[in-house]
Design a protein around this ligand. Structure first.
Ligand code: SF4
Length: 272
């Protein structure tokens, strides 16, 4: 296990994020927010809570010398339409020059033209079957998203983002990894639980969701199938912890899966 952790690479998306540097109180790299609306209704999502609060307002959040910008951290950006997303992409490139643009999407409305314009396309996929996709998202788009994973993987660096939710999707993770094996990365994230997401709290196996050992064991298993990555900031902290604790001790560690609402700490600057 220790060797597995040592060999793990940072996800490409995490490059240029303060989360993988030694700064105090790191912030996520800049984002351009388009909407907090979504065409899915995922049981774990913080955008649902954001929408109820009317947050965040659209526009650019972050410093004015970015190396990478995510479109977007909240909501489903492609709901704005292909033309509008391409207009924003063009304007950001004109304004900032050499930047990496990362798209964060549920993949339902993805098109080849959109994929061509982003250095990284990150597609959320938390189920390995149509039935389970429906249970998690309340929508019937599983096959369409799987097709779009293949399409995007043939065009640009494609990352499949999966939230580890024991009791909900753990039996499907291998199937998700098989789907992600055509992509460049499978990014497995520990779940964050918000008190407003009542259905998630009812269904999740909290003990396993909070176990570091469980997360690492599953990550190692999936790495046999796809190019596995874990959040860069999580990996940085694991490597730091390994300097003071044995891997056997770390496997017994737990994390608090309950999280506060993720407000954007970066400054709002402008809307294009
Ligand atoms: S996972 Fe962590 S390091 Fe990676 S982009 Fe997000 S905050 Fe930054």
């Amino acid at each position: 296990m220790k060797d597995f952790i040592k060999k793990l690479k940072y996800p490409l998306h995490c490059e240029h994020c303060e989360g993988i540097s030694e700064v105090e109180d790191p912030r996520h790299h800049p984002s351009y927010e388009i909407t907090n609306e979504c065409n899915l209704d995922c049981i774990f999502c913080y955008s649902r809570i954001a929408k109820a609060k009317g947050l965040p307002k659209s526009g650019y959040y972050g410093d004015l010398k970015p190396k990478a910008i995510t479109i977007s951290q909240f909501g489903e950006p492609l709901l704005a339409g292909e033309g509008e997303v391409l207009r924003i992409v063009k304007a950001l490139r004109e304004m900032f020059g050499e930047i990496r643009l990362d798209l964060q999407t549920n993949g339902v409305l993805l098109t080849p033209k959109i994929c061509e314009e982003f250095e990284i396309v990150m597609i959320s996929l938390d189920a390995g079957s149509r039935e389970s996709y429906y249970k998690i998202t309340k929508r019937d788009f599983f096959e369409r998203v799987v097709e779009n994973v293949k399409m995007s993987s043939g065009i640009t660096h494609t990352t499949i983002r999966t939230v580890f939710m024991p009791g909900i999707n753990d039996r499907e993770l291998k199937k998700i990894a098989e789907i992600a094996s055509v992509a460049d990365e499978l990014f497995l994230q520990p779940v964050s639980i918000y008190k407003e997401n009542k259905e998630l709290i009812e269904k999740i196996d909290l003990e396993r969701a909070e176990s570091i050992g469980e997360f690492l064991r599953v990550s190692m298993e999936l790495s046999e199938i796809a190019e596995l990555r874990i959040p860069g900031c999580f990996l940085l902290n694991l490597n730091r912890t390994l300097k003071n604790y044995s891997i056997e001790e770390i496997m017994l560690f737990t994390r608090n899966a309950f999280a506060e609402f993720p407000e954007i700490s970066r400054e709002w600057r402008f809307r294009i």
